[in-house]
Design a protein around this ligand. Sequence first.
Ligand code: G4P
Length: 290
Amino acid sequence: MEIQWYPGHMAKTRRMIAEQLKHVDAVCEILDARIPGASRNPDVDALTAGKPRLVVLNRADLADPEATKAWGAHFKKQGWAVLETDAKSGAGTAKFSAALRTLLADKLRAYAEKGQAGRVVRVMVLGIPNVGKSTFINKVAGRKTAKAEDRPGVTRTKQWVPVDRGLELLDTPGILWPKLDDPQAALGLAFTGAVKDEILDTETLGCHLMAYLAERYPEALKTGYKLQALPEREGEENDVAFGWRLLEAAGRRRGFLISGGEVDTERMAKILLDEFRSGKLGRFTLEAPQ
Ligand code: G4P
């Protein structure tokens, strides 16, 4: 399996973070609650050293609630504030401002003592592509505008998005790239759609996801695809071969047949990925805190 990514873009983000860091009081790192480890960019710690951090476990609506709690406790132990959100519906986002003010309580007290009680708190939002940064910013700021995009020839005048009278966000989120050297993490990113399908062949990815679900969440698979029993792994059979037989079983049940009575496993793989990503198969968290 080979996943390509675009490390060149990191240079731009690094510059942006370095330039803007001195203007912000805190960093808001948005993670995917289904893969809080794999959706972290480990460089964030070095890039934002010393800044108070709020970790947002986004897509909590698609993750296992118990696992999200465990991850929250894990991040809190590192001294970070944690917020669980579903940026799409807005659930949890109303607590953003209060969570930040709690995180920055000492700093705000110090401002007040210096007679700067009304000083605006500024926050930089960071996260990997597609994790929900724009949706989150629009939701907490009550904006209806479309995704912020870098368009050549368009001068961006507004740098800061107000959340309330005393809180502003940098309007262009910092896009960081996930690390793909760990194959398990790379698969988690691909299953959840953080890494685009064009990079991996859909059918192979579907085989891996089937094998994973058969091992970890067999009941969800049985229910989702109306299978009374799942095929068993045969001997030393690898994930792709085993997963392919599962795709075949599920596809047959759905009636995805092509000429000669064969199952259209590619179609089944696409459906599996769509249903997994949209939450139709259930709520899953793919990794536990170490
Ligand atoms: P980005 O700026 O980090 O690149 O991500 P963006 O906000 O564009 O969000 C990417 C996709 O994820 C969007 O879906 C968005 O609606 C969805 N999303 C963001 N946060 C959540 C969440 O907490 N839960 C769920 N279930 N989905 C979330 P899309 O398919 O691009 O568009 P649409 O489905 O909203 O039309």
